[in-house]
Design a protein around this ligand. Structure first.
Ligand SMILES: Cc1cc2nc3c(=O)[nH]c(=O)nc-3n(C[C@H](O)[C@H](O)[C@H](O)COP(=O)(O)OP(=O)(O)OC[C@H]3O[C@@H](n4cnc5c(N)ncnc54)[C@H](O)[C@@H]3O)c2cc1C
Length: 512
């Protein structure tokens, strides 16, 4: 049988002009090659959530796809480079470790590098794991340069980086790019939504009614309306799966402060009594926020803790954001696809939300519908989306669960909670022989799990038996060789601030 030609949709309507809305518009305006009308509705009165300033390296792929030049992008968004996240006080009070991007050590063919490290560590002949990671060593020395593709066997080839940027400037930057590519922006507040009453597509969204009287019709609606979830929840009542029993924080207070030197190329996450504080250095300011559990501390106490732990003078009053961790039961329902905060919320401990937006956009392109809206495609989209959310969720729970703090009931409860089976299995494998299994190409690699498990004091009972096949001195020399080469590479890397000044310095900001 000949496959029949698809009946193409004509108009895609994106609801919302935050990071999710404009990223979706940028990707679709590239992928749909001008064959579809793309309209984006946003309300200046409602505005955007205005946080979400740290990313992971996959954003480079997104930028390449939409044709964004790295230096131009950083210049326009007051951006800086990010080589990883430093975690402070997450295991025991006083502990510090880094989840650096890119590899740790250098692979040998039989067993992973970390197995040799476990063996030497057990003998007291290894340095801290981070000493074998170029991104961690460079980050702590405040150095930065992008990977050198031409130096195949050097650690300089393995530098993986992401960005910090100003969320409001990012939305503005993408808007300019999208409008130049034909995306029609409609400013206005949506006050009601009309749905098809009968037929094959009963319940599908037909049009949005704006406060100013304008009606916006479409075939496919992308709900990027943030936590309001205007279409996927308020209209279609899709339902929400609550994960607060695993991730009890439900509030954040965000505040910018003045920059201080040095300009660090990493995010910092510091655990407090009932939550944690982020520190994101930008060119013009530092973004800070305290994520906390309202069951455990008051907003006043959370604000006081936040303000007491700033590196520079605060530039505004702390702003409260409430959230509920979890995900929408279906991110795609009828002709509505939820992307961004409308589809779920996971706290920014590993800077994953913007990546989840990127992944959902790629998936939407993979399963882009025709007029049939085949349920098989929709189901697979939802299955894959759920897998992404759940695997990131497990990684974040790991940080909370694997603490040894005794200074608050909050942390004690995190240690004693039942964790998802998928996470329990990962921890059991690590505890037995230091093995780490990446399920189904999940987002975080073995080396990410390794750094957090080891950094928060989970110790294997034994290492891989095949790591014993190499003579001890040879393994020691191999580890020392890797460490020495990394040290030399970091020495030649430029200072982070100097690199930015040379390639992507932003204009001084307007006075706040
Ligand atoms: C405290 C906190 C910290 C975070 N930190 C990070 C981080 O470091 N890294 C990371 O990757 N992610 C982070 N995130 C997540 C990140 O902020 C979001 O994923 C990202 O900003 C996307 O938001 P959004 O576009 O879905 O929603 P929003 O920015 O809220 O945008 C919603 C849009 O919908 C529009 N809208 C809503 N209702 C209507 C209506 N009735 N009519 C018309 N328009 C409407 C609004 O005007 C707005 O344009 C963080 C989130 C929080 C809460």
């Amino acid at each position: 049988m000949q496959p029949k030609p698809p009946e193409l949709l004509k108009t895609v309507v994106i609801v919302g002009g935050g990071t999710a809305g404009w990223m979706t518009a940028a990707a679709l305006s590239t992928a749909l090659r001008g064959r579809y009308q793309i309209r984006l509705v946003e309300s200046d009165e409602i505005g955007i959530v205005g946080v979400g300033e740290a990313t992971i390296p996959m954003i480079q792929v997104f930028n390449r796809i939409i044709g964004v030049d790295e230096n131009d992008f950083l210049r326009e968004t007051q951006g800086t480079f990010k080589l990883g996240i430093e975690f402070v006080n997450w295991g025991r009070l006083g502990d510090r470790y880094m989840h650096g991007f890119g590899p740790v050590g250098q692979a040998l063919w039989t067993v992973p590098f970390d197995q040799y490290w476990h063996r030497m560590n057990g003998l007291g002949r290894a340095q801290d794991l981070g000493a074998y990671s170029i991104t961690r060593m460079a980050a702590l020395a405040n150095k930065f340069m992008p990977a050198r593709d031409d130096l195949e066997n050097s650690p300089l080839n393995h530098i993986a980086h992401a960005y910090h940027f100003d969320a409001s400037l990012y939305a503005r930057y993408l808007r300019k790019l999208c409008e130049g590519r034909g995306v029609q922006r409609i400013e206005g507040k949506i006050v009601s939504v009309s749905q098809q009453e009968a037929g094959e597509h009963a319940g599908h969204v037909q049009a949005l009614q704006l406060e100013n009287g304008q009606r916006v019709e479409g075939d496919l609606f992308i709900d990027c309306s943030g936590m309001r979830a205007l279409l996927i929840e308020q209209t279609l009542k899709t339902g929400y799966e609550d994960w607060t029993h695993w991730l009890p924080c439900d509030r954040a207070l965000a505040v910018p402060c003045e920059s201080v030197l040095p300009l660090t190329p990493y995010t910092r996450s510091t655990a407090h009594r009932a939550g944690w504080q982020w520190r994101i250095p930008l060119q013009h300011r530092i973004g800070n926020g305290h994520v906390f559990s309202s069951q455990s501390i008051s907003e006043d106490e959370a604000a006081a803790t936040l303000l007491a732990n700033l590196d520079g003078k605060p530039l505004a009053e702390p702003r409260l954001i409430k959230f509920r961790t979890g995900m929408r039961r279906k991110s795609w329902h009828k002709n509505v696809v939820a992307i961004g905060l409308s589809s779920g919320f996971l706290e920014p401990l590993e800077s994953t939300s913007i990546h989840l937006i990127q992944a959902a956009i790629q998936r939407l392109i993979d399963f882009f519908p025709d007029r049939g809206f085949n349920p098989v495609d929709v189901e697979e989209f939802n299955r894959q989306n759920r897998f992404d959310y759940e695997s990131v969720r497990d990684f974040i729970i790991l940080h909370y669960h694997l603490n040894q703090r005794q200074d608050s009931d909050f942390w004690k409860a995190c240690t004693s909670m039942e964790v998802p089976e998928s996470l329990r299995q990962k921890m059991a494998l690590y505890r037995a022989h230091g093995r780490i299994v990446r399920f189904n190409n999940e987002l975080f690699s073995e080396v990410a799990w390794l750094q957090v498990m080891q950094g928060q004091n989970l110790r294997p009972e034994a290492h891989h038996p095949l790591a014993d096949l190499m003579p001890e001195q040879e393994v020691f020399d191999y580890l020392e060789g890797v460490r020495g080469v990394i040290g030399k590479c970091v020495d030649v890397m430029p200072d982070h601030a100097a690199y930015i000044k040379k390639f992507c310095a932003a204009k001084p900001p307007a006075k706040m």
